[in-house]
Design a protein around this ligand. Structure first.
Ligand SMILES: NC(=O)c1ccc[n+]([C@@H]2O[C@H](COP(=O)([O-])OP(=O)(O)OC[C@H]3O[C@@H](n4cnc5c(N)ncnc54)[C@H](OP(=O)(O)O)[C@@H]3O)[C@@H](O)[C@H]2O)c1
Length: 276
């Protein structure tokens, strides 16, 4: 990323601020080259003190940047896009939308210009450079995908997918953080019941989850291959695992992910006429 490249994040809420923090932490952008907007400006005070440029005017933010990340809720996106349309310049800007359920075609229809648009689906671990970010554009080999890859690969792992898979990416990758956090929390509660203090139980559960994930990512093995190494015949692991499966462990996760995807596919249509 060129040192002078400026990034505007329109809608500095949960994911917008996480993206901003991760990209500064990675050195991809200097803090003074990241512009953040939201309507309740007082909530950006702390970020302003950290050196981020905070703006209430989306149009101004777009005019003074090169890469524009749109990070508002689906029901807020039409109004925002209409506000920034006059400032958008195809020769200058790459637009990256992290908004769930709003397609590139729908974004183009609202802005009425043939802008270079990428959809990105990161998760909140982007704040600590551990995101799983799925990316999609009209063309996998387009310059805009290259720009998005250069940005998001500095804050975690990336995967270029077909745009039609973005709903699935939302459920598995973005919502997925909450699913695994709840699993870790549940494991820690079990740990408390069998003898650990809460802080010890959470520490052991979280580091064990991290190790399990790392086994898959670094060895590229199938989970069952690694599970087979832990499940001694007639042992305690298989006893616990089978008990969980009888209670619907895998089924609950699968159903939860399918429900999240169903909901994610209705976020924009359900709200597209709202004007908040
Ligand atoms: N949270 C996640 O983990 C995650 C992950 C991937 C994708 N996403 C997607 O990212 C989007 C944002 O999610 P979120 O969880 O970050 O929601 P959020 O915390 O509600 O953030 C949205 C932000 O947009 C601001 N906003 C709304 N209208 C605006 C406007 N016209 N101009 C400037 N700012 C405006 C809001 O602040 P004001 O009210 O002060 O304007 C709010 O801070 C959603 O589409 C979501 O599906 C979220």
């Amino acid at each position: 990323m060129k040192a002078r490249t400026r990034l505007a994040i329109l809608g500095a809420g949960n994911i917008g601020c996480s993206i901003a923090r991760g990209l500064v932490q990675s050195g991809t952008f200097s803090v003074g080259n990241v512009l953040l907007t939201r309507r309740k400006m007082h909530l950006l005070q702390k970020l302003a003190e950290e050196g981020f440029v905070v703006e209430s005017d989306n149009d101004n933010a777009v005019r003074s940047s090169d890469v524009v990340v749109v990070a508002v809720e689906p029901q807020q996106v039409n109004r925002l896009l209409k506000d920034i349309t006059p400032a958008l310049d195809r020769d200058k800007h790459t637009v990256i939308s992290v908004v769930s359920d709003v397609s590139i075609r729908q974004i183009r229809t609202v802005i009425g210009k043939n802008m270079r648009i990428v959809r990105a689906m990161p998760n909140t671990a982007i704040a600590i450079r551990e995101s799983m970010t799925c990316l999609a554009a009209d063309d996998r080999n387009s310059p805009e995908i290259g720009i998005a890859e250069d940005i998001f690969k500095t804050v975690g792992r990336i995967l270029v997918i077909d745009e039609e898979q973005m709903i699935a990416a939302t459920a598995l990758g973005a919502c997925g953080v909450a699913f695994f956090l709840r699993a870790i929390r549940s494991a820690s509660q079990g740990g408390i019941e069998i003898g650990f203090h809460a802080d010890q139980a959470l520490f052991i559960a979280a580091q064990t989850a991290r190790g399990a994930a790392s086994l898959l990512l670094s060895m590229e093995n199938h989970p069952e291959y690694e599970i087979d190494k832990v499940t001694t015949p007639r042992g305690c692991t298989i006893a616990g695992l089978n008990r969980m499966e009888h209670a619907g462990f895998s089924s609950a996760l699968i159903r939860g992910i399918v429900s999240s995807a169903e909901k994610a596919s209705k976020l924009y249509r359900a709200n597209e006429n709202e004007t908040t």
